[in-house]
Ligand binder design. Structure first.
Ligand code: SAM
Length: 193
């Protein structure tokens, strides 16, 4: 875990450039435009594994709620995020979130599951702090280039069918939305029943 955190710190700047260069930010905007229709703009939101803050940067412009927070365990990622927008960011581990049960209306997580070492633990935390809705964003095939780097050793393919079943077992129902534009980006929106 410490080495992985080190790698994220080391690659934060490159990750930020990569997201711009490859058009991923544009793709994320397209899916977020679809998602914001589900959100009440007064609702609170947390972005887990916020990285360099692109999702928060976009949502901050569209959501009125003052309680919008991005969290990440890499201080270098958070440092870049902080320069991007005046939203709040916090350094913390997704496996052990320092928030009470049902603290946030919306819990979002984008492009992270392939790199979470313990997906089950993160899901447990997400469902615990979520009051209304969980939103997962990912690409059909993501980070093709990464397995060739050291970071690649930590990469794993996510079985979203299993993830969907697991989150639903905590009392949620879900729908899947996608946008196809060169790559396919998708969001799974889970509503608490
Ligand atoms: C691929 S980036 C995704 C960043 C951002 N969500 C996006 O859509 O561009 C994955 C992020 O998850 C963070 N991360 C990985 N494991 C984590 C953990 N256990 N707790 C908190 N953040 C974590 C990393 O530091 C990194 O910023």
């Amino acid at each position: 875990m410490d080495r992985l955190k080190e790698l994220y710190n080391y690659s934060a700047k490159e990750y930020n450039n990569y997201m711009q260069r490859t058009g991923n930010i544009l793709l994320q905007k397209l899916i977020l435009e679809k998602i914001t229709k589900f959100l009440d703009t007064n609702e609170s939101l947390i972005d887990i594994g916020t990285g360099t803050g692109n999702i928060i940067y976009f949502l901050k412009k569209r959501i009125k709620s003052k309680k919008i927070l991005g969290v990440d365990f890499s201080y270098k990622m958070i440092k870049i995020a902080n320069k991007k927008t005046n939203a709040s960011f916090m350094l913390t581990d997704a496996n052990n979130l320092p928030f009470r049960d049902f603290s946030f209306d919306n819990v979002l997580c984008s492009y992270c599951f392939s790199f979470f070492e313990d997906v089950n633990a993160v899901i447990k935390e997400m469902t615990r702090i979520c009051k209304k809705r969980i939103i997962l964003i990912d690409k059909e095939i993501i980070y093709n280039h990464i397995p060739r780097t050291e970071m690649g050793k930590y990469w794993h393919r996510v079985n979203y069918k299993r993830v969907r079943k697991l989150i639903e077992s905590y009392g949620f129902k879900s729908i899947r939305i996608e946008v196809r534009k060169n790559d396919t980006i998708f969001a799974i929106v889970f509503d608490r029943e």
